[in-house]
Design a protein around this ligand. Sequence first.
Ligand code: NCD
Length: 352
Amino acid sequence: MAEKLSWEDFKDLKGHDKKDYFLKDGKIFHVILPQQFDRNYLDDLCDLTTKIKKIDATITGRRFLKSLLNDKEAILYFTQPSTRTYLSFNTACDKLGITHGGVRDAKMSSEMKGESPEDSVITASQYCDLIIMRSPIEDLAEKMAFKMNSSKQQTPIINAGSGKDQHPTQALLDVYTWGQAFNDYEGIDGTSIAFVGDLKRGRTVRSLAYLMKNYKDVCLYFVAPKELQVEPDLKVYLREHEIPFEEHDSLEDVISKVDVVYMTRIQDEYDSGGESIQIDYDKFRFKPEYLAKIKSSTVIMHPLPRRKTQELPEIIDDDRRAIYWEQTKNGMFVRMALISSIFGKDNDILNY
Ligand code: NCD
């Protein structure tokens, strides 16, 4: 049992030390931070995802999946823009038989009448068995999970994106897709990745980098304009866990040696005064001529959305090494695996 703490004391704990507070009966219940996952959990979740994909390929399998959680209700509370994360959670719920409703815009909720986002989420928890939430407030999902532990409701919270900070379910679908791409080798172990773009404000890169402590012999290359390089807290974490990394300011420098090129867009919605326009993004663009420079086994990933005229032109889509649409699709299956494991349905699926 995790010790009872005040929110003030809890929020200052290191990510890893918070993990017990996100468990119920020894199993992951709230999904808040990538630091809460260990290698066994990640491997099991990936196996469960592959099994769900197979089951979903037949009509009887789909009927089985839809019967699994048809006594559950979810609320999707999304107060930041989203296409893939929202749609994939939405569809994951549908496919598992979970009925769902939600908030997609704080302007259409009582937050416009002065209600706090916390009270909005507590309200949601009165009506459902699961809350999936995306918010610009970095610690809101974590705070709500903490609060749920001592509330009557005990509703599990899934963080579907918390400001510039974390996007743990994206990191899960990223490791699934990356591992599958290197399935014939050792999986993620022993591979290298270039993270390219706005690494300061991009939460997908932060979350995926945090997960790397679970893999052996990985090497990370952070390729970004100086003003958008990774934050010091992430570098401290990587050093603490002896995960090798290098910083670069041109994709061309590393393009031919890495196994994964993970492109990202500039996160200009976080600009304070249009500063992104000043940045020359040319060295952080995946140019068509790079297709001849990358290895035949290298894969190109992107959490999407992309800017076709900026970091990733459409012509790259035709190359077999571009796997970002697979990432998108896998997102739905990984989220089905995650939700079914929160509700203890993993064994029913594995035994199907
Ligand atoms: C990302 C996000 O919201 O952080 N999108 C996503 O969930 N796939 C990446 C982005 O917005 O750039």
